[in-house]
Design a protein around this ligand. Structure first.
Ligand code: HEC
Ligand code: HEC
Ligand code: HEC
Ligand code: HEC
Ligand code: HEC
Length: 189
């Protein structure tokens, strides 16, 4: 049975193409799956930046750096220029700040490692959530206390839906919150 199947594949080009397509799809699918099941993922970053210090102790507003949250789909991670607003003066002799200044002077961007990510086939939009009064912490946990950012909530479909179905329960402090959509096309466009 196995031999004749192989025989069949070898004699016909189409099934080979199909076989390759299916295999590579499966491999890509599982590889990307491993990548997105990122619960607990807390990577070393190219510069040792602390949210606990900046957003916690110094109380810099999240939106000073994540300028997209109210306006767009993406929160965005700040450019070196934003850091240099302060660090052209503050802590200039700190080795991490020297690295930062080298990026600034050479124009090389910093490749921060991406932590939270939904797969490309799912649609998420920060502004619709944030403008309804949902706090960053509801989805990202206590960033202000993190020396290093890690993913504390999973962004599986089940998790999105469990809030969309019971927004009142999940967000008791947000006044007048409506449930989110549960139809497939809202998130798979
Ligand atoms: C001074 C700038 C600055 C401020 C203020 C700031 N952040 Fe960030 N944030 C960054 C940088 C730089 C990164 C990328 C490096 C890292 O992960 O630490 C980042 C990363 C993140 C990430 C992870 C991004 C990813 O890849 O998934 C989240 C979530 C986040 N910030 C939330 C917040 C929240 C919530 C606040 C306010 C409580 C805040 N940030 C305040 C600069 C800032
Ligand atoms: C609003 C001003 C401000 C901005 C914007 C800012 N910082 Fe800072 N940062 C400071 C100050 C002030 C300190 C020193 C705090 C202290 O030592 O008490 C500091 C300290 C640091 C340190 C050293 C921490 C240590 O170990 O002593 C690093 C690294 C750093 N910042 C990175 C960054 C990066 C990266 C960005 C941009 C994403 C950034 N900062 C944006 C004000 C700022
Ligand atoms: C309803 C849940 C939710 C809320 C509220 C939320 N986020 Fe996110 N955040 C996500 C999801 C989901 C992703 C991954 C999105 C993607 O892959 O496109 C993400 C990704 C990010 C990223 C990295 C990628 C990007 O979008 O640029 C940053 C930075 C971030 N969030 C910061 C914030 C900040 C700051 C706030 C509050 C002002 C906030 N988030 C509020 C769910 C949320
Ligand atoms: C609130 C947003 C949301 C809605 C509504 C939604 N999905 Fe999803 N879906 C997601 C996200 C986010 C993912 C990726 C994370 C994951 O795999 O759980 C996903 C993943 C999937 C996957 C891949 C599952 C896997 O294991 O890889 C399928 C298939 C899917 N959705 C089908 C549907 C169908 C069918 C509906 C309508 C009944 C639907 N989705 C409604 C957000 C949503
Ligand atoms: C903590 C609760 C919560 C979580 C978690 C959450 N959402 Fe939502 N979402 C909402 C609420 C509430 C609304 C409805 C806002 C309104 O009243 O229009 C909404 C609205 C939406 C919309 C409709 C946007 C539009 O353009 O009308 C999409 C799409 C969406 N969410 C996707 C997602 C995806 C994808 C995830 C998971 C990665 C997710 N949400 C996680 C609460 C949540």
């Amino acid at each position: 049975m196995k031999a004749s199947f192989l025989d069949y594949i070898l004699r016909n080009r189409l099934p080979i193409t199909l076989f390759v397509a299916i295999t590579s799809f499966t491999i890509t699918f599982f590889a990307s799956r491993a990548e997105r099941d990122g619960l607990g993922y807390t990577p070393e970053q190219p510069i040792n930046y602390s949210h606990k210090l900046h957003a916690g102790e110094m109380q810099i507003d999240c939106q000073y750096c994540h300028v997209g949250v109210e306006k767009s789909r993406y929160a965005m991670v700040p450019a070196v220029e934003t850091c240099m607003n302060c660090h052209s003066v503050a802590k200039k002799d700190n080795p991490e700040i020297i690295k930062l200044a080298q990026h600034y002077n050479s124009g090389r961007p910093i490749f921060w490692k991406r932590i939270h990510k939904v797969p490309d086939y799912a649609y998420f939009n920060h502004s619709v959530h944030v403008n309804k009064g949902i706090e960053c912490e509801s989805c990202h946990s206590e960033i202000k206390q993190m020396e290093k950012v890690g993913q504390m909530h999973s962004f599986t479909m089940r998790n999105c839906l469990s809030c969309h179905r019971n927004a009142h329960e999940r967000l008791p402090d947000v006044e007048g919150i409506e449930n989110g959509p549960t139809n497939c096309f809202a998130c798979h466009r």
